[in-house]
Write a protein that binds this ligand. Structure first.
Ligand SMILES: Cc1cc2nc3c(=O)[nH]c(=O)nc-3n(C[C@H](O)[C@H](O)[C@H](O)COP(=O)(O)OP(=O)(O)OC[C@H]3O[C@@H](n4cnc5c(N)ncnc54)[C@H](O)[C@@H]3O)c2cc1C
Ligand SMILES: NC(=O)c1ccc[n+]([C@@H]2O[C@H](COP(=O)([O-])OP(=O)(O)OC[C@H]3O[C@@H](n4cnc5c(N)ncnc54)[C@H](O)[C@@H]3O)[C@@H](O)[C@H]2O)c1
Length: 459
């Protein structure tokens, strides 16, 4: 495709938020051009949340079946990765083909251009396509939703090796016998446990002091113990210093030890796609790692430019991308808010036990100068946890602003931690007084009753 186009709004990058925004604005009657160089929908549906959660759902089923031995007799569990690989192809990604997503976007009334989009001054985007260039003029504005790529650390020897990122991991047809996961963040821990449950011998190497670094230390501790109990080796507090590959990988650690493995998965964080998007043409620093936005998602210092999703640095989550898209949609269609508010950002990490969290951690609250109260409750000591028996690891931790008598953060680790956190998100978001929370009914015997115990323990 080549030529000139005009539109009210041009969207560069169609991740979850960009796709939603482009379709919604088109349905609202605006003329919209959406640009993506890869697949419409971005990382989440093709390489991220969706395929990884299909892997995790299958791996959790295996783990639950193995628990039959403790609770209900015996089971014969024979993992078959083919089922997962097929499901990811057939039900999630259409074999990494976005035909359906493109049609959905066009049926909403938007036009789609596949290619690399670049700002070329205010309100102007140049798209490099397979067969030339398309120049699009935006009457109302340009929205950036360029997302991220896997970051690959500059480790000696790594670059020339056949290492995997998440994009390779979700496309596997066959599993390796052994795997080193470089990075113990959300991606590293989720995938490490899923592969291990399918019989892969897994080692996680985490340069930081603990896995799941952004979570409460107690949450990291519970997950680390669960991984250990399943036979996953976690090497935290030591970086990778060299990598070589000669049929198999040899991974050299900073403490002088080496690990051999058939495969290496790099899950060491993400790099925002901002280097080649023309920020300099609208007066912005082209070397920034994230884009500063105001409460309407307008980019500071550039008229007619909005940014949403991972590139804003407010949390690399699909629900953040969608939340910010809705804010930008309201602004672009002349609605009167509500505008962006990040006090009660929540997330769920789908390890088993799951980690749900919201708002500030204890450490963040203390560093913000808040007079902090903490309450915790161990899940195995709750009635539901005791009943649940095997697989009951977990806890609830609440972080209280004692002066305002409200929760400012909370963590729920457990079999349904990502669900239990829901009511705590409401509490932080709506600033529900502690006395009101303590006066609630908590159904017996549920996991969320541990919240009542944690609230009563606040000091
Ligand atoms: C393995 C994995 C698991 C995850 N699990 C979860 C989860 O369970 N829950 C959760 O909330 N989040 C999860 N995430 C994070 C989630 O995928 C992202 O936060 C989400 O995709 C939102 O990203 P985004 O909207 O910023 O853009 P992205 O999804 O990164 O999409 C950006 C799009 O922009 C395009 N693009 C970039 N630059 C240009 C350009 N110059 N021109 C044209 N197109 C361009 C790209 O091709 C891409 O399609 C996971 C991520 C990974 C990798
Ligand atoms: N369930 C979810 O919501 C979910 C799941 C997966 C990913 N995500 C999102 O995707 C983002 C990216 O995930 P991620 O896990 O790649 O990034 P991350 O930044 O969360 O974790 C990367 C980890 O790699 C470690 N690391 C970096 N370089 C290293 C090295 N050389 N040696 C050893 N360890 C090293 C870091 O210390 C860090 O702990 C997350 O921040 C999250 O927002 C969300």
């Amino acid at each position: 495709m080549t030529g000139q186009l005009e539109a009210d709004v041009v969207v560069i990058g169609l991740g979850p938020g960009g796709e939603h925004l482009a379709a919604s604005l088109a349905r609202a009657g605006l003329s919209v051009v959406g640009v993506d160089r890869r697949l419409v929908g971005g990382e989440c549906p093709y390489y991220g949340c969706i395929p990884s959660k299909m892997m995790i759902r299958a791996a959790d089923a295996l783990a639950e079946a193995r628990r039959v031995a403790v609770l209900a007799g015996s089971s014969d569990v024979r993992p078959d990765w083919t089922v997962v690989a097929d499901r990811i192809r057939d039900e999630a990604t259409d074999d990494w083909d976005d035909k359906v997503a493109v049609e959905r976007l066009e049926n909403a009334g938007a036009r789609f251009v596949r290619g690399h989009g670049r700002l070329a001054g205010p309100g102007r985007v140049v798209v490099t396509t397979d067969d030339g260039e398309v120049t699009v003029t935006a009457r109302r504005g340009v929205v950036l939703n360029a997302g991220t790529e896997p970051a690959v650390p500059p480790i000696d020897g790594l670059a020339g090796t056949p290492y995997w990122t998440n994009r390779d991991a979700v496309q596997l047809r066959e599993l390796p016998s052994s795997l080193v996961v470089l990075g113990g963040g959300a991606i590293g821990c989720e995938l490490a446990q899923a592969f291990s449950r399918f019989g892969v011998e897994v080692t996680v190497v985490e340069a930081g002091e603990r896995i799941l670094g952004p979570e409460e230390p107690e949450a990291s501790g519970v997950v680390a113990a669960a991984l250990d109990a399943e036979g996953i080796v976690v090497r935290a507090g030591v970086g990778v210093s060299s990598v070589s590959h000669d049929g198999a990988f040899r991974i050299g650690l900073a403490d002088g030890t080496t690990i051999g493995a058939q495969a290496l998965l790099v899950a060491a964080g993400r790099r925002t796609n901002l280097a080649d998007i023309g920020l300099d043409t609208v007066g912005l620093d082209p070397a920034v790692r994230s884009i500063d936005v105001d409460e309407r998602m307008r980019v500071a210092g550039a008229d007619g430019l909005w940014a949403i999703g991972d590139i804003t640095g407010k949390g690399a989550f699909t629900h953040m991308s969608m939340y910010q898209a809705n804010v930008a949609i309201r602004d672009l269609t002349g609605e009167d808010g509500p505008w962006a508010d990040y006090r009660a950002v929540s997330r769920a990490t789908f390890t088993d036990p799951e980690v749900g969290s919201v708002g500030l951690s204890e450490d963040q609250a203390r560093r913000a100068g808040i007079r902090v109260g903490i309450g915790t409750a161990a899940l195995p000591e709750s009635s539901r946890g005791w009943l649940h028996k095997v697989g009951n690891d977990g806890l609830v931790k609440v972080v209280v602003d004692l002066d305002r008598d409200v929760l400012v953060g909370a963590t729920a680790v457990g079999p349904a931690g990502g669900e239990i956190i829901g009511m705590l998100v409401t509490a932080v978001h709506a600033e529900v007084p502690l006395a009101t929370l303590r006066g609630m009914h908590f159904a017996y015997p549920t996991f969320h009753r541990a919240i009542e115990t944690a609230l009563s323990a606040v000091s």
